[in-house]
Design a protein around this ligand. Structure first.
Ligand code: GLN
Length: 206
């Protein structure tokens, strides 16, 4: 069994589950299991974790309320493969500010060695799609959906930049963590979730 946890406090949980199911189907994976994470005990037994996009302030407040802040932090720092998308990326960062209002006070995990600028592209209406080149997926462009997306401003020495958009960093990798500013669950392209599943499966079989 390869169990992928999806943090299910708020946000785009269902589409991550659906694209994972599509990956299982397409790649004839019969050992894949998806588990919703709502409480600290749910982290038991997962082999990988997806933190969906949504609203990072809400995710942070709810995580704090149910005791998931410490539990998630410990679990991810214990080398759990983790895919964090949009608000999930914000939630994982060491430093967060909002492009318009500046300093924000929201619960974050403080793991990703990066400064994250929230709402960098403006409001929901400024959402857009674009083709990006993700170094981990090779040359074929990856359709990327940006919804009130953040940008990744400064990264530490341990952080590998895996995609840029207009010279700005929009995807990174730090050890066991992949963080992207866009919504890969909405692209219809299975490659990033497959790439992540393969990493998790390789760990399980190691
Ligand atoms: N702007 C949101 C935040 O900072 C993220 C938006 C998203 O996940 N699509 O939490």
């Amino acid at each position: 069994m390869v169990t992928i946890g999806v943090l299910a406090l708020q946000g785009d949980v269902r589409f991550h589950e659906e694209i994972l199911k599509d990956v299982f189907k397409e790649s004839k994976i019969d050992n894949g299991v998806i588990k919703r994470i709502k409480y600290p005990d749910d982290l038991e037994g997962i082999d990988g974790l997806i933190i969906p996009g949504g609203e990072s302030t809400v995710i942070g407040v709810l995580a704090k309320k149910v005791g998931l802040l410490e539990a998630l932090k410990n679990k991810i720092l214990s080398d759990l493969p983790t895919l964090a998308t949009c608000a999930g990326l914000v939630f994982l960062a060491k430093m967060v500010y909002d492009k318009t209002v500046g300093k924000v006070n929201q619960p974050i995990l403080g793991i990703l060695d990066a400064d994250i600028e929230r709402n960098s592209f403006g409001t929901q209406r400024e959402s857009f799609e674009t083709d990006l080149k993700l170094s981990i997926l090779g040359d074929e462009p990856y359709k990327s959906v940006f919804i009130r997306a953040p940008l990744i401003k400064n990264v530490g020495p341990n952080v590998e930049v895996i995609a840029k958009f207009n010279e700005e960093i929009v995807a990174i990798k730090q050890d066991n963590i992949i963080g992207v500013a866009f919504h890969p669950e909405l692209s219809g392209d299975l490659r990033l979730h497959k790439f992540f599943f393969d990493i998790v499966e390789a760990r399980v079989n190691r």
